[in-house]
Ligand binder design. Structure first.
Ligand SMILES: NC(=O)c1ccc[n+]([C@@H]2O[C@H](COP(=O)([O-])OP(=O)(O)OC[C@H]3O[C@@H](n4cnc5c(N)ncnc54)[C@H](O)[C@@H]3O)[C@@H](O)[C@H]2O)c1
Length: 313
């Protein structure tokens, strides 16, 4: 395989695992990233990897990279992704997530076969408690979701105009090594690494669909390679299983082989937390045969063995 792929946001949590997968399969990869949350250490030294430091708002630089590389696929993963950061500075989130997406699409226009955009399972109506399919109602309650929904609209417009094929991948909760944002699992692991076995968290009831980050990379890779009957497709990428915060902490306790107590403290509680968020993944399975190969326990074990223990040594 001698594909050429640009991964925008490729130095981040999910992007860096996608880089690994393309390189393992003999592809040539260009990472375009401003390293705001991404990390150069996540990327290997490899003859088939080129790294360009740049911002997605810099359409001129992005265009020149696309002109040089002439990629088959462009993955657009760059975003302000941490919900509290989006709420704190909505103007910045709107600029990066919406204007930035338009800038990526302008640079790609009529030059690439396919653009794959990382959206989120968080845009589905939080009142729905059953498994969410791509046709489920959409209702976003925060700035992050609004920016992703607008991004989806821009991607759809791009495909409808015939500028390239386009795929929206609605990702659920990624778990694994190289997490960059202070989500729930880093908050748990940080307390465990600090020696606490009585950990403090926010709401304990919400259930989420956690998916191993390497399975997300595998799904994105499959979406990049699938044959498409229509210029536009939308796919959930989750595990199809959900866990409450309590169940998650029980798995962490199994991994570290110690008893762990949890307490919900008011300062960590979100005012609003959707009760659950479960992906129906039958569409991606039908269209490209993808299904998750790993589980949550395995992801937690890898974080503990390969990242947390290194800090403890
Ligand atoms: N991690 C998850 O659970 C999850 C769930 C749903 C959707 N997503 C989406 O998947 C994508 C990747 O998420 P992630 O968890 O890897 O986040 P991340 O923050 O680790 O990755 C984002 C990458 O984009 C880069 N970036 C940010 N702003 C940029 C800019 N203006 N110009 C150039 N590069 C920029 C960052 O440096 C980073 O390397 C995001 O779009 C996110 O919204 C992630």
């Amino acid at each position: 395989m001698n594909s050429k792929t640009i991964i925008i946001g490729g130095a981040g949590f999910i992007g860096s695992h996608l880089v690994d997968l393309y390189l393992e399969n003999g592809g040539r990869v260009w990472v375009y990233d401003n390293f705001s949350t991404g990390n150069r250490d996540f990327l290997p030294e490899h003859p088939n990897l080129n790294i360009v430091e740049g911002d997605i708002l810099d359409t001129e630089l992005l265009t020149s990279v696309i002109d040089d590389c002439k990629p088959d696929n462009v993955f657009h993963l760059a975003a302000i992704h941490f919900i509290p950061a989006c709420e704190k500075d909505p103007a910045h989130a709107i600029r990066i997530n919406i204007e930035g997406t338009q800038s990526v699409l302008s640079a790609c226009k009529n030059k690439v076969d396919r653009v794959i955009f990382a959206s989120t399972g968080a845009i589905y109506d939080p009142e729905i408690t059953t498994a969410l399919s791509e046709d489920s109602n959409i209702s976003t309650k925060d700035i992050y979701g609004l920016t992703k929904l607008t991004g989806e609209g821009l991607i759809e417009y791009h495909a409808r105009k015939g500028f390239s094929q386009a795929i929206v991948a609605r990702l659920f909760n990624a778990v694994g090594r190289r997490e960059t944002n202070p989500h729930l699992i880093p908050a748990i692991m940080e307390q465990l690494v600090n020696g606490s076995r009585h950990i403090q968290l926010g709401n304990l009831y919400p259930k989420r669909d956690y998916i191993h980050v390497e399975d997300i990379a595998g799904a994105l890779y499959s979406l990049g390679n699938m044959s498409m009957e229509h210029p536009m497709g939308t796919f959930n990428v989750g595990s199809g299983k959900e866990y409450s915060v309590g169940e998650l902490v029980e798995l962490c306790a199994e991994v570290i082989k110690e008893y762990v107590k949890i307490e919900s403290v008011p300062e960590r509680r979100r005012k609003y937390d959707r009760p659950n968020q479960l992906a129906d993944i039958s569409h991606i399975h039908e269209k490209c045969g993808w299904q998750p190969k790993r589980n949550l326990r395995q992801a937690l074990d890898e974080i503990w063995q390969k990242e947390c223990k290194a800090i403890l040594l």
